[in-house]
Design a protein around this ligand. Structure first.
Ligand SMILES: *[C@@H]1O[C@H](CO)[C@@H](O)[C@H](O)[C@H]1NC(C)=O
Ligand SMILES: *[C@@H]1O[C@H](CO)[C@@H](O)[C@H](O)[C@H]1NC(C)=O
Ligand SMILES: *[C@@H]1O[C@H](CO)[C@@H](O)[C@H](O)[C@H]1NC(C)=O
Ligand SMILES: *[C@@H]1O[C@H](CO)[C@@H](O)[C@H](O)[C@H]1NC(C)=O
Ligand SMILES: *[C@@H]1O[C@H](CO)[C@@H](O)[C@H](O)[C@H]1NC(C)=O
Length: 295
């Protein structure tokens, strides 16, 4: 009996036919609540849109408003392994190195001389290519300098289609990540790339370097420099056709059938050496292993 009565009041609470109340409120009361929330949310949305609009007005499309202190730019290699930075192949297994050659072909496509002369300008070398804005007058779009694929000579993939991979003298291409406004050298000194053995841990307090395994290396362009004319970089929107300068390294006599751990660093008179915590700041390390045993 008591249960039935309880059920009755519960039902009545949901819909009371006597007072015509739904969940204890009449239709007009519900209507007023809905109206209040509708107005309230429209007001909030309006506030949000207005703030957003004012914020966006203060931004410049062509350069970031906030940017971290120009620290040490990251470096990357091409080709790179799928998961780790390692290049492992067998000179007798065409498939194993053709993938690397194809990756380089694809990467260097936009550097073809024909493409570069169409998109970019011939600049004065060894000096910064400043294209600053005159206060409010924007100097946009900004032109970029040609970096011709042929500058990479033996590593350009033009004379040697396979970039030396077939002969066990592979080329690795290095790029410095884009940093807007970076001036990577002072007093006319261009930054350059230097590769060597990477110190690595083999046990507790035990380190090793593969110094004797690296052999002679050849850099393209000579000395592995990034010419100053490719800097400063003004950003994707301001400098649409920008081509990052590259440095190629050809390993002429690297030890085969063994892992060789290599580290390349940027040498510059005004870029601080990257911190140990950021392993890509100003340096990049990778493993190179060329197998020559017939499979
Ligand atoms: C670049 O040149 C090579 C031949 O030298 C050609 O096969 C390739 O299609 C060209 N790439 C572009 C993007 O023009
Ligand atoms: C790049 O190559 C093109 C075509 O060969 C040439 O006209 C141009 O002068 C070269 N640019 C530079 C900077 O050497
Ligand atoms: C970018 O390259 C295109 C050709 O691909 C050229 O027509 C255009 O003028 C270039 N723009 C700038 C800002 O260098
Ligand atoms: C390479 O570096 C050496 C020594 O620093 C210098 O004498 C030479 O002129 C440089 N070569 C080029 C092409 O910059
Ligand atoms: C190549 O390296 C080996 C040692 O790994 C050395 O004995 C040989 O002389 C080097 N060859 C040249 C041409 O430097």
């Amino acid at each position: 009996m008591a249960k039935d009565a309880e059920k009755g009041t519960w039902k009545e609470f949901i819909w009371n036919p006597r007072t015509r109340e739904l969940l204890g409120r009449t239709a007009s009361s519900w209507g007023l609540i809905l109206l209040f929330y509708l107005v309230f949310y429209i007001f909030l949305a309006g506030m949000f849109a207005l703030t957003m609009y004012v914020m966006l007005q203060t931004l410049d499309d062509h350069k970031p408003t906030w940017q971290d202190r120009l620290a040490t730019p990251g470096m990357m290699i091409r080709p790179k392994g799928v998961e780790a930075l390692e290049i492992i192949y067998n000179t007798h297994d065409t498939e194993s190195w053709d993938l690397y050659a194809q990756a380089l072909d694809k990467f260097l496509g936009p550097y073809n001389n024909s493409v570069q002369s169409q998109k970019n300008d011939v600049c004065d070398p060894d000096q910064y290519n400043f294209q600053n804005d005159m206060d409010e007058v924007k100097n946009n779009p900004k032109r970029s300098c040609q970096f011709n694929r042929t500058v990479l000579e033996d590593c350009s993939g033009i004379q040697d289609r396979y970039y030396g991979y077939q002969e066990g003298t592979p080329c690795i291409i290095i790029k410095l990540n884009r940093v807007i406004g970076l001036l990577p050298g002072k007093d006319g000194m261009a930054p350059s790339v230097k590769c060597g053995a990477k110190r690595y841990k083999i046990g507790k307090d035990e380190w090793r370097e593969d110094n004797d395994k690296i052999g002679e290396m050849q850099y393209f362009p000579p000395n592995g420099t990034f010419n100053l004319m490719y800097y400063p970089y003004y950003g994707k929107k301001a400098q649409v056709n920008y081509s990052q300068p590259l440095v190629a390294i050809k390993f002429l006599n690297i030890t085969t059938n063994e892992d060789v751990n290599i580290e390349c660093k940027i040498i510059s008179n005004n870029i601080p050496v990257g911190s140990i915590r950021d392993k890509f700041a100003g340096r990049v390390s990778f493993k190179l292993r060329i197998n020559t045993v017939t499979v």
